[in-house]
Design a binder for this molecule. Structure first.
Ligand code: CA
Length: 234
């Protein structure tokens, strides 16, 4: 799983530094711009997961950037947090009206900003999944989302910590709800193209996946005498 990329557009160097330092320490990738126009180009070029945007900027101001991001299909749903000085409160209202997701009044605590970033990224992941119809790169059953490209599954917006084997098992089963797979079939599909040696006992992996599915453990049903299937609730 790659780190989320955050673009910070802020012309005050010390604030930019504090934000960057804290985001990186938290494990995010960060790119910065000090001018609005550069920030906008950077966002368009790098397609980040979230943007932290100051309002008063040289070049293009933050509100205009916000508006332009919302107008473009690619960045329509991009999470945006705007930063505002105290005297810019009316700009915050405008910013939120233009589609910013959240705002932080300056001065702010890095901890508070990080909490907002985290919440927003989590929400964005959940919304993205809801907004997309079931494509071939994603399998969706209720609030269980299996992102095949990213090799990641989440339940109610929370990432499931699956091993590579467990992920594949879940993916194979969920790709054909209602179909019973024998242990042998599952093993072939899971180990098929893997170089790594995995435990050949499918039951062990299934047990672990079920455990990680928590309240949705019933999604994987036992087919007596055969193997397993993904519940077909459609
Ligand atoms: Ca500024």
């Amino acid at each position: 799983m790659s780190k989320p990329l955050i673009v910070v557009v802020e012309d005050e160097t010390d604030i930019q530094d504090i934000i960057t330092y804290n985001l990186k320490r938290e494990g995010y990738d960060v790119l910065t711009a000090s001018r609005g126009d550069q920030g906008l180009s950077l966002i368009q070029a790098k397609n980040p997961d979230l943007v932290i945007l100051d309002i008063m900027l040289p070049g293009i101001d933050g509100l205009t950037i916000c508006q332009q991001l919302r107008a473009a299909a690619k960045t329509k749903a991009l999470p945006i947090i705007i930063l505002s000085a105290k005297e810019e409160e009316s700009d915050v209202v405008i910013g939120l009206g233009l589609g910013a997701d959240d705002y932080m009044p300056k001065p702010f605590s890095p901890r508070e900003l990080l909490a907002r970033v985290k919440a927003l990224l989590r929400r964005a992941t959940a919304q993205e999944s809801q907004g997309q119809e079931q494509g071939q790169d994603q399998i969706r059953h209720g609030d269980l989302i299996i992102d095949i490209d990213r090799h990641q599954a989440s339940l109610q917006g929370v990432a499931l910590k699956l091993t590579a084997t467990e992920f594949k098992l879940l993916m194979v089963l969920a790709s054909q709800p209602g179909r019973a797979f024998s242990r042998e079939q599952l093993l072939n599909r899971v180990v098929g193209d893997a170089v790594v040696v995995v435990d050949r006992n499918i039951d062990v992996h299934i047990r672990s996946v079920r455990k990680k599915l928590g309240v949705q453990t019933g999604l994987i049903e036992t087919v007596r005498g055969v193997g397993y299937r993904f519940a077909d609730r459609s």
